[in-house]
Design a protein around this ligand. Structure first.
Ligand SMILES: [Zn+2]
Length: 329
């Protein structure tokens, strides 16, 4: 079981089932309705005083702040959440969460800016990335287990600034490609029905990595998967140390035409993620690729939640304090 929020938190909150824009505008007609819902979620998850760590608070209605019962430090509705220090209205955040969770596809910040009718691009770009970071943090609490497929994907990204003057390399080592380690829980089905896949997929994870050295890969696997794992990989030398960490490691040389059969789900995930990035964004900077992949994995991992997706993202957004920083100019 993922170390997610205790189930009672979900029970405390009246679940919002959002299906479409009409319902969204009915449930959240204005700023006040969003603020009220956000406060309800914060109270269910719990407010922690930044000064003394106290959990008990009064609500100061006139100031619209929580006040710590022990030290009287005040906390705004947004502080300590994904909206920490944000000047954007709650309704912008809510509508963006709805857009991000109402479809499998992704939205560029430009598109969301258009939908919101906001003048400035950057605050919107920041907001969407902050939500992606919250998605990544939520999934970060889950450790993969059981039978796992593992492989690398090479994603097209912009050439990093510091490498712009270097001669362009070809293939996997190209400056136009970012390396991503992809893992998918994939359980063998004993007697698969005709035309159906021989494996059932569970959670997936994607992690941008600097290089394909065995130490790098072993460290990431240790972080993302439990010891009680059976790993399936190709015969790459980068994987030689993994057998010491996991329960079993099946490694074999896989011819290109067999990869879809031997490691089906990592390859479906890689090609779907690539298509989504290509369809939604012009150029992806390598330093932000992880955030886009986090969004992809978050939605993939909750593919059966449909109308509860908004609800789940709202819980994540009150749980995690924003730590997103603009990486380059
Ligand atoms: Zn306090």
């Amino acid at each position: 079981m993922p170390a997610y929020l205790p189930i009672f938190v979900y029970l405390c909150i009246k679940t919002i089932c959002l299906m479409n824009l009409i319902e969204f505008t009915r449930i959240f007609p204005n700023e006040e309705s969003c603020k009220k819902k956000f406060k309800e979620y914060r109270e269910a998850v719990g407010v922690t005083c930044a000064n003394c760590g106290g959990k008990e608070h009064y609500w100061k209605k006139d100031k619209e702040m929580f006040e710590c019962k022990s030290c009287h430090t005040r906390t705004t509705l947004k502080s300590g959440t994904v909206m920490h220090k944000s000047k954007l209205p709650f309704r912008y955040w809510f509508l963006t969460m709805h857009l991000l969770t109402s479809t499998k596809k992704s939205f560029s910040a430009k598109e969301i800016q258009r939908q919101l009718g906001h003048k400035r691009y950057h605050p919107i770009w920041h907001m969407v990335h902050k939500l992606r970071v919250a998605m990544g943090k939520r999934d970060g609490e889950y450790i993969l287990a059981g039978q796992i497929e593992l492989d690398e994907g090479f994603f097209a990204t912009e050439i990093p600034k510091e490498q712009k003057n270097e001669p362009l390399k070809r293939g996997r080592g190209s400056q136009k490609k970012s390396k991503v380690l992809v893992m998918a829980e994939s359980h063998k089905i004993d007697n698969p029905k005709k035309g159906k896949k021989p494996r059932r997929v569970g959670y997936i994870k994607m992690r941008v990595i600097e290089d394909l050295k065995k130490d790098t890969i072993t460290a990431v696997v240790k972080e993302l998967a439990s010891k009680n794992t059976e790993l399936d990989t190709d015969g790459s030398n980068s994987y030689v140390d993994l057998k010491d960490f996991v329960k079993k490691h099946h490694s074999e040389v896989i011819p290109k035409e067999k990869i879809g059969e031997k490691l089906p789900w990592v390859h479906i995930a890689i090609s779907n993620a690539k298509r989504q990035l290509l369809n939604s964004y012009h150029n992806v900077k390598p330093e932000y690729l992880q955030n886009y992949l986090d969004e992809f994995c978050y939605k993939f991992n909750r593919r059966y939640f449909s109308e509860f997706m908004f609800n789940r993202l709202l819980v994540a957004s009150v749980t995690y304090k924003n730590e997103f920083r603009y990486a380059s100019g």
